[in-house]
Design a protein around this ligand. Structure first.
Ligand code: F6R
Ligand code: MG
Ligand code: MG
Length: 373
């Protein structure tokens, strides 16, 4: 059996500073402390702890495979500890995403979001991990389509013979709990018909068609489906593999030259423009947003992340670049237009997407006063 390496990005809103704004240092420190011990004990080979808005992000690289109970337990314990600390400090929304009390081997379905990818390392394996706050899993549908199926975005689809044959997309129906695989370019129209419905059909995995090489994996969580009620948006994470017969890192980032609308933002109930940002700007302010997304680049190397001479993982903060200024400007322009519309659709999400609404109460209150036309 060839040696395999697993990248696990597991995230959770354990509580934050000043509302749902940002994970403060004491909570990041809990992540740092626990993953350091896990590395010393040999459970994981590399890690990187960061936050996007109010979500604590644990990036771990190891050789235990996907859905490994020890890795998931490590994340679960870390989130519990951080949530307890948040509670002690009386931070806001302490333990918000920890929806179940007991861990039973897999963190999926308990609240935290998970993207995992087990790979056989190529000669050199560049990876981009994405994480977003104040939005939901479907917000990766458009960029994933553009990266792996749109020849107007990805030049390699046309001019790299290694990519001939296209890519296969696994699409999850988050309402019915079913999934289907569609192949591009042959089934592009069917794919768009599904994944254009971003709140229901979510791209969960992508493979290169000619050899089934796994090249993207995203989190598909509907917190509301776990909790049975609205508990915030799912703030998705995703892992994408690039170069050498896959989309280049520049093609993976190209869809973010322009902003686009995603579901989430204030009270998880509005359409808002996504704002690609560097880590220092990964915090939500204006109308609890605008929804932010970071992209971190790294190289997978011998079961871990390629490190510098001091043994620190080398991480490229890819959106911390003036090349994305246009997108950020578009975000603000679009945000200003949408916010002028207040609670009128389509600035506000449709009623079905917002269990977080007073509409049923308003209708109940006015029931007797409604007259037949
Ligand atoms: C959206 C989000 C925030 C909150 C809003 C109200 O995902 O987390 O926009 O919904 O700040 O929060 P509460 O109800 O906690 O006051
Ligand atoms: Mg929160
Ligand atoms: Mg969040």
């Amino acid at each position: 059996m060839p040696k395999k390496t697993t990248i696990s990005l597991i995230k959770c809103d354990v509580g934050s500073l000043a509302g749902h704004h940002v994970v403060p240092k004491p909570l990041l420190d809990v992540g740092e402390k626990n993953l350091k011990v896990a590395k010393e004990n040999g459970l994981i080979n590399s890690y990187y702890v960061f936050n996007v808005g109010d979500d604590l992000q644990l990036l771990m690289v190891h050789e235990k495979g996907e859905s490994n109970s020890e890795i998931h337990q490590l994340a679960w314990n870390t989130f519990q500890e951080a949530a307890n600390k948040a509670m002690k400090l009386k931070l806001y929304g302490a333990g918000q995403d920890l929806l179940k009390n007991a861990f039973s081997g897999n963190i999926r379905g308990l609240g935290p979001g998970v993207a995992e990818m087990e790979i056989e390392e190529r000669k050199s394996d560049p990876i981009v991990v994405f994480a977003a706050d104040k939005t939901s899993a479907g917000s990766f549908n458009l960029p994933l389509f553009r990266i792996f199926a749109d020849p107007m975005n990805t030049a390699g689809l046309i001019i790299d013979p290694e990519m001939a044959g296209g890519f296969k997309f696994e699409v999850v129906d988050a309402q019915e709990g079913k999934k289907v695989v569609l192949k591009c370019p042959e089934e592009m129209y069917e794919l768009i018909a599904l994944i254009g419905t971003v709140e229901r059909y979510i791209v969960s995995r992508v493979w290169r068609a000619r050899d089934d090489l796994l090249c993207a994996s995203s989190s598909v969580t509907r917190l509301s489906l776990i909790a049975g009620k609205y508990v915030g948006k799912d703030d998705p994470v995703m892992i994408v593999r690039g170069q050498h017969g896959l989309p280049a890192v520049g093609e993976i980032l190209a869809p973010f030259m322009h902003s686009y609308l995603v579901a989430g933002w204030m009270r998880g109930s509005h359409w808002g423009p996504i704002m690609p940002v560097g880590l220092k700007d990964a915090r939500c302010t204006l109308f609890d947003g605008p929804p932010r997304m970071v992209a971190l680049g790294l190289q997978i190397s011998n079961g871990g992340i390629a490190c510098d001479d001091e043994g620190k993982p080398m991480i490229a903060d890819l959106f911390a670049d003036p090349a994305f200024d246009l997108s950020r400007k578009e975000t603000l322009k679009c945000a200003s237009m949408l916010r002028r519309m207040g609670e009128f659709e389509p600035a506000r999400l449709s009623v079905e997407s917002m269990e977080y609404t007073t509409l049923p109460q308003v209708i109940a209150k006015l029931k007797e006063r409604f007259q037949p036309i």
